[in-house]
Design a protein around this ligand. Structure first.
Ligand SMILES: C[S@@+](CC[C@H](N)C(=O)[O-])C[C@H]1O[C@@H](n2cnc3c(N)ncnc32)[C@H](O)[C@@H]1O
Length: 281
């Protein structure tokens, strides 16, 4: 069977399962198996697919019909122009989170940011993107989930950033101690879906780790803990930066205000929704 015919078959299965983006997913899975780009697929449409690739293709199409995100099947997600390894152990990096990283990069142009902590490093996408775009930045990435840290480690090694990003298995700051200068930055995209919203969202997000999504409370738990604890480690003038849900700006700003942070700013994402809150100690 040719590449073209097999893609057509994959597309038809996705259509039968009423999957959106049927043709795109059918092509992406083929690109993944051949480890080639779309241009190559186009040029080689009439090539016969070797039997082992055909079997793998059918298997991956079946996985996708079960609702497994494409990123977990191809083990890859792009973020800030960089490629990250992902699997079921971590949250898939979201484009929305680029707003947080972009804001920090912008600040770093006027205010040196050389040492930082990220709470909830997950795949490592935020820390690695910050290290990639901000020269001389060193980061400690914290996560409570050992399996997530395995993925972060894999990505850190892929970018050869072992000397710039280190990881700690910890519940927020519990296992962290400052052995150098106070921090210029504490950044986090914490689990912020409340327990009231999870039943509605879990259908869509059922493959991603629950611990990465919800605080099993009102959605604000981590903002409160991190804002309070970060005061011990940030230098005066240091930055705290959070990703938030579109409806949390007021509550998170209030928490920061109550913890005596200054210059509290709310930044919108590309869709015009409140997405980031940044403040200064
Ligand atoms: C929303 S995900 C963010 C992952 C990644 N930074 C990103 O933006 O794609 C939140 C992360 O926080 C971690 N986490 C959850 N509870 C934690 C805790 N108590 N202490 C540290 N990390 C925690 C989860 O394991 C998960 O990796």
């Amino acid at each position: 069977m040719s590449i073209r015919d097999l893609i057509k078959q994959g597309e038809q299965i996705f259509i039968d399962y009423q999957k959106q983006d049927a043709i795109i997913d059918a092509r992406l899975l083929m690109m993944h198996l051949f480890n080639e780009d779309y241009g190559w697929i186009l040029m080689n449409q009439n090539k016969t697919v070797p039997e082992h690739i055909k079997q793998s293709y059918i298997y991956l199409v079946a996985k996708r019909t079960q609702g497994i995100p494409l990123q977990y099947i191809t083990n890859s997600q792009e973020f800030m122009g960089l490629d990250f390894y992902v699997d079921e152990r971590v949250l898939i990096p979201r484009q929305d989170t680029e707003t947080l990283v972009e804001q920090i990069i912008k600040i770093s142009k006027t205010k040196p940011i050389t040492n930082a902590v990220e709470i909830g490093i997950g795949s490592g996408c935020i820390s690695i993107a910050l290290a990639y775009y901000i020269n001389n930045l060193k980061i400690i990435g914290i996560d409570i989930c050992k399996k997530a840290l395995e993925v972060a480690n894999k990505n850190i090694k892929m970018y050869n950033y072992q000397d710039r990003i280190s990881i700690i298995n910890s519940d927020v700051f519990k296992e962290f101690s400052l052995d150098d200068e106070p921090l210029d930055l504490v950044v986090s995209n914490p689990p912020y879906i409340s327990k009231y919203e999870t039943p509605f969202l879990m259908k869509e997000l059922h493959c991603e780790p629950k611990i990465a999504l919800t605080d099993d409370n009102d959605g604000l738990t981590f903002y409160q803990i991190i804002s309070q604890d970060a005061l011990k480690y940030l230098r005066n003038g240091g930055i705290i930066a959070f990703e938030i849900a579109f409806n949390q700006a007021e509550n998170v700003s209030k928490l920061l205000y109550e913890n005596n942070y200054k210059d509290i700013q709310i930044i919108k994402d590309l869709a015009g929704k409140d997405r980031v809150v940044i403040a200064t100690k």
